[in-house]
Ligand binder design. Structure first.
Ligand code: R1P
Ligand code: URA
Length: 295
């Protein structure tokens, strides 16, 4: 609750050793984490987690900030996975990765299963995998200052960060096995993480000065193999690459909305894909050798 007494302003923990935002403590989070955006996806995929061999039930908690952690054993294995709801955007992924890292001992593997805007024609409903990397597309506020912004680009595109190659390969082969359309159901390329669902994904609005009418075209010209727009993967892959070899990360996202023709998946199709891709992501985590997080 809000009344928790915290200690250590540099990395706050409460008196029970719980982190400030994710709200978990040692023993509650597995070394293998499936990060999903929302509570409904976490709930759907918790069907793949079973009670612990000692009889303890599947662990579940929701923090005061709305993050949830569900930890259990996968199938007949004795391997645990935690499903964490990461909510939306770069700062929330930062909380999840840093605060999970703080309460887990040893190497970690994290896979994100999200939804995304599908950039390539004909990829609505496919799973888009940033096997070739992930860039950050973000608004450049300086460009919007009337007196000083002239000549500055209103949106900036970072260089790509890469997923962990073995974890990403595991994910692709599990997806191939699990998706109804097999290989046809997925497309690999570059993902673009953005700092807005709206402006930096090229959604236009009369309510704001966004200068983004040509942004999708610019992204596709600069990154011809861009497959998706979403809002967290860059932060996950970037932090993993800065984790001193302790975190392996990979990601995939369901093409929920196709940008070229403005089509949306139906809720029923979305649940089917979440279930298939979620199973694949969990199996990819279970099959990953944690001693190989270092690149
Ligand atoms: C925007 O609607 C949200 O959907 C995508 C974006 O990354 C953003 O978080 O992912 P999730 O479905 O995982 O939330
Ligand atoms: N998530 C996003 O970030 N963008 C989309 O268009 C759909 C889902």
């Amino acid at each position: 609750s809000k009344e928790r007494q915290m200690k250590d302003a540099n990395f706050p923990l409460d008196m029970e050793g719980r982190t400030f935002h994710l709200g978990s403590r040692k023993g509650e989070v597995s070394n293998r984490i499936l990060s999903v955006g929302d509570a409904a996806r976490a709930q759907l995929l918790s069907q793949f987690l079973k009670p612990f061999p000692n009889g303890d039930p599947v662990f579940n908690m929701v923090s005061s900030r709305g993050f949830s952690v569900t930890t259990g054993v996968v199938g007949d294995s004795d391997t645990t996975v935690s499903i964490v709801t990461t909510l939306m955007g770069l700062p929330n992924m930062d909380f999840v990765v840093r605060e999970a890292r703080a309460v887990v001992d040893g190497p970690m593997a994290v896979v994100r299963l999200g939804t995304c805007g599908a950039l390539q024609p004909g990829t609505l409903g496919k799973i888009l995998v940033p096997a070739e990397g992930c860039v950050l597309v973000h608004r450049n506020p300086d460009a919007f200052i009337d007196s000083e912004g002239e000549g500055l680009s209103p949106y900036l595109i970072s260089r790509p960060v890469l997923p962990h190659p073995t974890l990403c390969d595991n994910l692709v082969s599990e997806l191939q096995n699990t998706l109804p359309a097999g290989l046809d159901g997925l497309r690999c390329g570059i993902n673009c993480t953005t700092d807005s669902f709206y402006s930096s994904q090229g959604r236009t609005s009369n309510a704001f000065d966004d200068r983004n009418e040509n942004l999708v075209q610019q992204v596709m010209e600069e990154i011809p193999n861009a497959v998706s727009f979403e809002m967290e993967t860059f932060q996950l892959l970037h932090l993993a690459s800065c984790s001193k070899g302790t975190i392996a990360a990979a990601a995939c996202a369901i093409g929920l909305a196709e940008r070229a023709n403005n089509e949306f998946m139906s809720p029923k199709q979305l649940v089917e894909m979440e279930e298939a891709a979620g199973k694949a992501a969990i199996d990819a985590l279970v099959g990953f050798d944690l001693s190989k997080t270092e690149l």
